[in-house]
Design a protein around this ligand. Structure first.
Ligand code: DGJ
Length: 732
């Protein structure tokens, strides 16, 4: 390293630590730090931006050592087609004059400080064209999250086609690197967790639906740098995309020393045509780094969400009852009244009327009509919503309602009036979704955005005490084409759909910040970090089988905090045909936002009194579950027993869950170790969620040190098939 570079690196590192503006300095090393992590970039005016390092937090001296040592990857932060040939790239464009090459160099760097972090903006410009890419990094210090995205803008004489526009690229040094990702799932089997060692070739995780991420995959990945992923230890890098539409995460490994990781929108719909002067913003990538394993990386994501990243981040979640599983489309006033009374009796706080309540000319008695006609079906609900809301108020519960506003059935008054509002592949026969005639509305069209906003706005204006919307989306985009977008902008559709959706959600949130909204995607097809700023929670899966849910919920919590995971005790048998005792189902549901989807009046007296007692107990511990730290300990994947623990910030209270995953006679049960406790405190054990007359634990009321609970663990009798235990731990 020559003297000039050494000087400039030190000056910039120092300047950044002191938060001095850097606009006109000759730039070299830039250290982007959170409380416990650092990322280092190398940036000199007129040269490409280089990525150097991501990992543990560095002090000034170490940062300089990294830059001058072999730890420095010296790979471009945003490789592009034209400058970086014969390799995978993050960006590829065709300029207005047809030149298909891009070669970006640093023009300037600025920074802005906020109370919870800093925003760094590197402006890159093409060496030949007036084409800029602003590469931005926003730190969230407390949660150890660095959000990275780009803003693309040009002043060329005509539109530029963006062929590939990843939000970020990161080289990851080869070694014992494993990738964990959620992939290969389906409806009723969402959240399939895959953990595999990285190998030569390409690993790709993708979402291909355009309007939602889909049942199969999540736009997130974790890299375990020390071999097979461990929940509690090991260096882990996480990446998650804040986007609800198509996505692609690629790890490209050839015969070099780095795995090359790209993450961004999947350009499946064709090039994005970008007009001069318009800024194209790619979705943020949430990077995190932890030395506490995949669990530590998850806790960083949870902290980010609970620290303001998600809507309703500090509001306790109500215990609700939803009418779908028990009643399907039979949403008559009598049925609704009965459920409202019953949910109030067992201690629920919110009643949600699901699908089936709407349609005038075409009543919604099945899935093949009425989407779009958001007026009450007076045949089922003669008094409208008023009497239901009144009944709820009288019984002390809130009222919520189901909608699917981005969709339409061809059998509907909306479709009769606005056939031009649906997405269609020009000249081709439509490909229909659910019910044989469901289509998706064109959210790129501002009139459709107004309509969707109006669905919520009208319901809220007429019934201001609606407290909750379940916003469903049961159909992917099956017809690619927009009547709104001009012919030479058709390939912008997937992106413009999302922009329209987000604009609409922002409008709704500006006017109705307090209404709770659940994102549902015909099950779990809308679970994404991109939905979190607008939605309070997700419907995790239509499969409410307690055992299957244990796996699904485990995986979804890799990125999503459990406060945002709707976990319901459903009717039996579940969709997979299995019947599981009520306690196990409750215990699994209590590890997130507890809800019910059953008919309490069909429960036995003993089940009902168990439910009432357990709901009351859940309300006492929900602050720890919903806002505490989640420690996944023993995974249901590959183990006979699964365990997890939630602890409050001060570690004064914690809740431990243990579940049998498999069962056989004379089954050995290991000591169950805990995590996330204070080793120096003493904790009293109290069992929750017990059935009347069930055998209580020998250790009820006993006191153990946090150290013993974590290092030695407890020997617990988990009972026979579907055995489970919930222990509350209170520090003395
Ligand atoms: C799919 C959802 O996942 C279900 O919970 C339910 O709301 C139905 N749609 C209603 O049609």
């Amino acid at each position: 390293m020559n003297n000039k570079r050494r000087y400039s690196a030190a000056a910039v590192v120092l300047a950044l630590f002191l938060c001095v503006p850097l606009h006109s300095v000759t730039l070299d090393g830039v250290v982007i730090s959170t409380d416990r992590t650092s990322m280092v970039l190398q940036s000199r005016i007129g040269e490409p931006l280089y990525f150097s390092y991501y990992g543990m937090r560095l002090d000034e001296g170490e940062a300089e050592a990294v830059l001058s040592s072999g730890i420095n990857s010296r790979m471009k932060a945003l490789p592009s087609f034209g400058a970086d040939m014969a390799q995978s790239v993050a960006m590829q464009v065709i300029h207005a004059d047809g030149n298909p090459t891009l070669d970006l160099v640093v023009e300037s760097l600025s920074e802005q400080t906020f109370d919870d972090g800093t925003l760094y903006c590197f402006t890159l410009v093409d060496r030949l064209y007036p084409f800029k890419v602003l590469v931005k990094y926003r730190t969230r210090s407390r949660s150890d999250i660095i959000e990275q995205w780009t803003e693309i803008v040009h002043t060329e004489p005509g539109p530029v086609d963006l062929l590939r526009f990843d939000s970020a690229f990161m080289p990851i040094r080869r070694g014992e690197v494993w990738a964990s990702h959620i992939d290969g799932g389906s409806h009723g089997a969402e959240g399939n967790l895959v953990a595999e060692p990285l190998h030569d070739g390409i690993l790709s995780v993708k979402g291909l639906e355009g309007n939602r991420n889909g049942h199969s995959s999540q736009a997130g990945m974790m890299f375990s740098l020390d071999g097979e992923p461990d929940e509690l230890s090991g260096r882990t890098i996480g990446a998650a995309l804040k986007w609800m539409g198509t996505f692609e995460l690629r790890v490209d490994t050839d015969n070099s020393s780095y795995h090359r990781f790209f993450i961004g929108i999947n350009p499946l719909g064709g090039p994005y045509r970008l007009d001069p002067g318009v800024t194209f913003e790619t979705p943020g990538v949430l990077w995190t780094y932890s030395e506490e394993g995949v669990g530590g990386a998850s806790r960083n994501y949870h902290h980010w969400a609970l620290d303001g990243g998600m809507h309703g981040h500090d509001t306790p979640r109500d215990v609700l009852l939803n009418s779908w599983e028990p009643l399907r489309f039979e949403t008559t006033q009598q049925n609704m009244f009965r459920l409202i009374d019953e949910v109030a009796q067992i201690g629920g706080e919110l009643f949600v009327m699901d699908d089936g309540w709407f349609g005038d000319k075409y009543p919604r008695n099945g899935s093949s009509s009425s989407l779009g006609d958001w007026v009450v079906d007076r045949r089922k609900l003669p008094g409208g919503l008023g009497p239901l809301i009144e009944r709820c108020t009288r019984k002390g519960v809130k009222f919520g309602i189901w909608i699917e506003p981005e969709s339409v059935n061809t059998v509907s008054e909306l479709f009769e009036k606005h056939p031009d509002w649906v997405l269609e592949a020009k000249g081709r026969e439509p490909n229909y979704g659910r019910g044989g005639n469901q289509l998706i509305l064109d959210m790129s069209n501002p009139e459709v955005q107004d309509h969707v906003f109006g669905v919520v706005d009208r319901l809220m204006t007429e019934n201001p005490s609606i407290a909750y919307f379940k916003w469903d989306c049961n159909c992917s985009i099956r017809n690619y084409g927009s009547r709104y977008l001009p012919p030479d902008r058709q390939t912008n559709l997937y992106v413009d759909y999302q922009r329209g959706l987000v604009r609409t959600l922002e409008r709704i949130r500006a006017k109705y910040p307090d209404v709770v909204m659940q994102a549902c995607g015909g099950g779990g097809a809308r679970i994404s970090m991109g939905a979190l700023p607008y939605f309070d929670e997700f419907w995790v899966s239509d499969n409410t089988d307690g055992l299957h849910r244990l796996f699904t919920q485990w995986s979804i919590s890799y990125f999503i905090p459990v406060a945002a995971m709707a976990q319901h005790v459903g009717v039996q048998p579940a969709m997979d045909g299995r019947t599981i005792p009520i306690k196990y189902r409750f215990d699994v549901a209590m590890t997130g936002r507890l809800g019910l989807e059953l008919l309490p009046y069909k429960m036995t007296d003993s089940e009902k009194s168990y439910a009432r007692r357990t709901i009351a107990q859940y309300k006492e511990i929900r602050d720890i579950i919903q806002f505490g730290d989640q420690y996944r300990i023993l995974s249901p994947y590959g183990n006979d027993i699964a365990t997890m623990l939630f602890s409050g910030a001060s570690k004064e209270r914690a809740v431990f869950f243990a579940f049998k995953v498999h069962n056989w006679n004379n089954q050995p049960v290991p000591r169950l170790r805990m995590a996330g406790l204070d080793p120096d405190r003493l904790y009293r054990v109290h069992e929750l969620s017990t059935m009347d007359g069930a055998r209580t634990l020998d250790i009820e009321g006993e006191v153990f040190s946090g150290a013993l609970l974590m290092h030695t663990g407890l020997e617990l009798d988990l009972g026979k098939e579907y055995g489970s235990r919930v222990l509350e731990l209170t520090a003395l």
